[in-house]
Design a protein around this ligand. Structure first.
Ligand SMILES: *Cc1c(COP(=O)(O)O)cnc(C)c1O
Length: 400
């Protein structure tokens, strides 16, 4: 079988704008006219190819972006949403009902964790959280009513790598769907090609890359995407978190440079991780041989865009972490901000920010220590200089 190349798939997707433009025209309408009442009826029934009804259902700009993301993930189809959380909640609400059970990775995005743990039980959906890197723990957690195995290809914030081939065979042996959040590793990992049924992304992060937009996507079978948009019972249609066309068009343009950005994020992160490790610091980066799933990542990665832009550093305690982050911001090395995938380095202490939905006791059990800093490494043009400046900050605040 020919190896799947997500960046080539994206590159080959060419649209002509309505007026011959190199970018498709932006659809600037919430509603659409029909030349006959019959076509309107057929469109409501989902039987009119190429017709648009109302922009919460679909719009040309959103469909273009969805097609591009489906090409990138190698899925039949995709549906874009107003946020990553809208994609996650939409898929789960579509596929699960009262009485169902989910097995989820215990280290996942804080919002997803809160949704599974605090919100879904109200609707009779229970979740068991497991260490996804231990297949026997996953098997133990699966029950007769388990509908879904949920994980992140690279987990937040600990950067554990899921063995997706293994997890998909476990899920499928129990008639469950494997749903993978691929937000940290677009282009680097192609979960559907490794057996996942559904891939979701927060487009807010690397894919858009300019920290100006919140958006998400669900990639999966045509049937799933049609179901999500169904006017009678589709979760995306009825929960209503629709992406605006203008934002969809702008994300589409940023998507065109994703391969260049991912390669550079990876190169810079790899450089810093090696330097930090050589200094004896407690650094976690999947590109380091010391990372427990380094081999798993290498075996699964589709193209050689490296190991991504995320790394973590444990500087001992929260006080030091905060002092270091404030100093790095002062020295213009980046921003003390949550989120990721920006051109500038972003850093935050997960324990008191993005993972604060997880209780302190649970955080410690997971390995989210108080001195942990999560970095999204930027596109710095001179990473040696960045390293020297970071080292000086570490010296100044007593980390080294
Ligand atoms: C940010 C993020 C989300 C949520 O996405 P939003 O666009 O903020 O709703 C989900 N998963 C991961 C891994 C994220 O980093």
């Amino acid at each position: 079988m020919k190896k799947f190349k997500p960046a080539d798939a994206l590159q080959d997707l060419q649209y002509f704008g309505e007026f011959g433009g190199v970018n498709p025209s932006i659809s600037d309408s919430s509603t659409y006219t029909f030349l006959s009442a019959k076509t309107m009826f057929d469109t409501f029934e989902g039987n009119a190819e190429g017709c648009y009804l109302y922009s919460r259902h679909s719009s040309p700009s959103n469909l273009y972006l969805g097609q591009a993301l489906a090409a990138m993930e190698g899925s039949e189809a995709a549906h874009v949403t107003a946020s990553g959380m809208a994609a996650i909640s939409g898929v789960i609400m579509q596929l699960c009902q009262a009485g169902d059970h989910i097995v989820a990775a215990r280290t996942i995005y804080g919002g997803t964790y809160a949704f599974l743990k605090n919100f879904l039980p109200k609707w009779g959906i229970q979740t068991t959280f497991v260490d996804i890197t231990k297949p026997d723990k996953v098997v133990q957690a699966i029950q007769g009513n388990t509908k879904m195995l949920y994980c992140e290809s690279m987990s937040n914030p600990l950067l554990e790598i899921a063995d997706l081939e293994k997890l998909s065979s476990l899920a499928h042996a129990h008639q469950a769907h494997l749903v993978v959040d691929n937000t940290f590793t677009p282009l680097l990992l192609s979960p559907i090609k490794l057996g996942a049924d559904i891939v979701i992304h927060s487009l807010t992060k690397f894919i858009n890359g300019s920290s100006d937009t919140v958006a998400g996507v669900i990639c999966g079978s045509q049937q799933l995407i049609d179901d999500l948009r169904n006017v009678n019972n589709g979760a995306c249609m009825l929960l209503g978190a629709t992406l605006d066309s203008i934002r969809a068009a702008s994300i589409m343009k940023n998507l065109r440079t994703l391969h260049v950005r991912m390669e550079h994020h990876s190169k810079n992160a790899q450089f810093l991780a090696k330097k930090f490790e050589a200094m004896g610091l407690r650094v976690v980066y999947p590109g380091l041989e010391s990372h427990p799933q380094h081999q798993t990542f290498q075996r699964q990665s589709t193209e050689k865009y490296g190991f991504g832009g995320m790394l973590t550093l444990d500087v001992g305690d929260l006080e030091k972490a905060n002092a270091l982050m404030e100093m790095m911001q002062h020295e213009k090395l980046g921003y003390l901000a949550v989120s990721l995938g920006f051109y500038k380095t972003l850093f935050s202490a997960p324990g008191t920010s993005t993972s604060s939905e997880i209780s302190e006791a649970e955080q410690l059990e997971l390995g989210i220590t108080s001195g942990l800093i999560r970095f999204s490494i930027g596109l710095d043009c001179n990473i040696e200089r960045t390293f020297e400046k970071m080292k000086a900050c570490m010296q100044a605040v007593g980390v080294i």
